[in-house]
Design a protein around this ligand. Structure first.
Ligand code: ADP
Length: 428
């Protein structure tokens, strides 16, 4: 019984959502890309999350992949689609959240306006009057304004969403959300009847998210961060869609035998990752990836792999890092172009990951959503089991089948300051 089918627009978002669903008590399978075989039937209620690398892809490619993922999930028996986006609503100037949502809506039309809410209060992401806050700052004042690929310079989610779709976008504000699920459903129905396709919904606390989860219980389509997902299993239990036996966390998977070798790959330039890199560097053998130091991609790749080989002779864990501060990033991007710089770094870090695993590294922490997509693509892993949580939104995951491998895929801005050491200590 496929209770919920999720399409995640990046890999760290997918592990975040799978972690939330498992923690809520809904057994969840996490697949990377669109599987080439149909879903296996199962009698027990469960969710499937399909991880895509579609957030910054060209619009047509993002739409194509998302529709393929949604079709696979619908063919697997789900009536509920969940389009997982970033808790900071990361999107490029061209899209893709609105266009992908439109394409998914074409498969899963509904009379009510589709709820749109990236809130994740545990990690400081809240939505008030349609404006997204990161901690105490508006999104547009937060470090997200400096993101290498998806700089977020407008905190109004209604405006951002409206810029990515020809459909109308409305708001369900906090006072309505605080009235509860029935009021939210009523407001979504009224907006839908008036021809508004999407409703950005406010949420400041988990209680607000629970109201949204209850309202979205049977919605054919929801556009959200992992916050609503964390509360959906509770809403399913209330509606007797999920047995009481599934109360509490579904069993997180135990790690396989992994050996001692560990490495961290940091390709995120987010503020939290910068702090984490600075904290961890003294305990690690550091290899820096600087796309300006070499005239071409091959030069960068070979020099990096050479340093990685030298580093592997060290007992300390390796930290392979391209993280730079906003002013350095701006210089790199102006010299190489934003996309070329990102592609070179991603290509190098992905090859490093492959090399590390070939050399026997079995515990790999990756910081960055795009970076994780590139790394996991190079590793050829197709299914992950969700293991213990390291930080809100970030679990250890274990590759299913093939070489035993533990992966912690961390969204750039998530995790404690000592995240890397903490993650590695959990598995030793
Ligand atoms: P986050 O989770 O913080 O959004 P991502 O991995 O999704 O991190 O995005 C970071 C992007 O920035 C990647 O495409 C990465 O290749 C790129 N990047 C990382 N370091 C550099 C650098 N030194 N110069 C240019 N681009 C970089």
């Amino acid at each position: 019984m496929l209770l919920l089918g999720c399409v995640a627009d990046d890999f760290t978002g997918a592990t975040d959502l799978a972690n939330a669903l498992v923690a809520g008590g809904l057994p969840t399978e996490l697949r990377l890309g669109v599987p080439d075989r149909p879903a296996e039937p199962s009698a027990a209620p469960r969710a499937v999350v399909l991880a895509l690398k579609s957030r910054t892809a060209p619009v047509a490619e993002a739409v194509r992949d998302s529709v393929a993922a949604a079709r696979w999930l619908i063919a697997g028996g789900t009536a509920r689609l969940y389009f997982k986006v970033c808790s900071t609503f990361d999107s490029t100037a061209r899209g893709n959240i609105g266009q992908v949502a439109d394409a998914l809506y074409a498969l899963q039309a509904q009379r009510e306006a589709v709820l749109v809410c990236p809130a994740f209060p545990t990690n400081g992401r809240t939505v008030y009057r349609g404006h997204l806050f990161v901690g105490d700052l508006l999104l547009s004042d937060s470090p997200m304004r400096h993101h290498p690929l998806t700089p977020m310079t407008d905190a109004s989610l209604v405006r951002v969403m409206a810029s990515q779709t020809a459909e109308k976008v409305g708001l369900i504000a906090l006072p309505v959300v605080r009235e509860g699920a029935a009021a939210v459903r009523h407001a979504a129905a009224a907006l839908g009847a008036a021809g508004t396709r999407y409703a950005v919904a406010d949420a400041v606390t988990d209680a607000d998210l629970l109201a949204l989860a209850r309202a979205a219980l049977d919605a054919p389509l929801v556009v959200a961060g992992s916050g609503i997902g964390a509360l959906l299993p509770a809403a399913y239990r209330e509606a007797a869609l999920l047995g009481a036996a599934q109360a509490g966390a579904a069993a997180a998977s135990a790690p396989p035998a992994l050996g001692a070798r560990a490495a961290v790959i940091a390709g995120s330039c987010s503020a939290a990752t910068q702090t984490q890199v600075a904290q961890f560097a003294p305990q690690a053998t550091v290899v820096r990836v600087d796309p300006l130091a070499f005239p071409d991609a091959n030069g960068l790749l070979h020099a990096t792999l050479h340093q990685v080989d030298a580093g592997l002779r060290d007992a300390k864990p390796l930290l392979v890092v391209s993280t730079v501060e906003p002013d350095v990033l701006a210089a790199v991007q102006s010299q190489l172009g934003r996309d070329t710089a990102a592609a070179r770094v991603e290509h190098t870090l992905a090859a490093v990951a492959r090399h590390l695993v070939d050399a026997g590294v079995r515990k790999l922490v990756v910081a960055g959503g795009e970076t994780s997509g590139a790394v996991v693509g190079a590793l050829g892993v197709d299914t992950l089991d969700v293991g213990p949580q390291i930080a809100p939104g970030v679990p250890w995951t274990f590759a299913r089948g093939g070489t035993p491998l533990a992966l912690a895929l961390k969204s750039g801005n998530f995790g404690q300051e000592d995240f890397f050491a903490r993650a590695l200590a959990m598995l030793s």
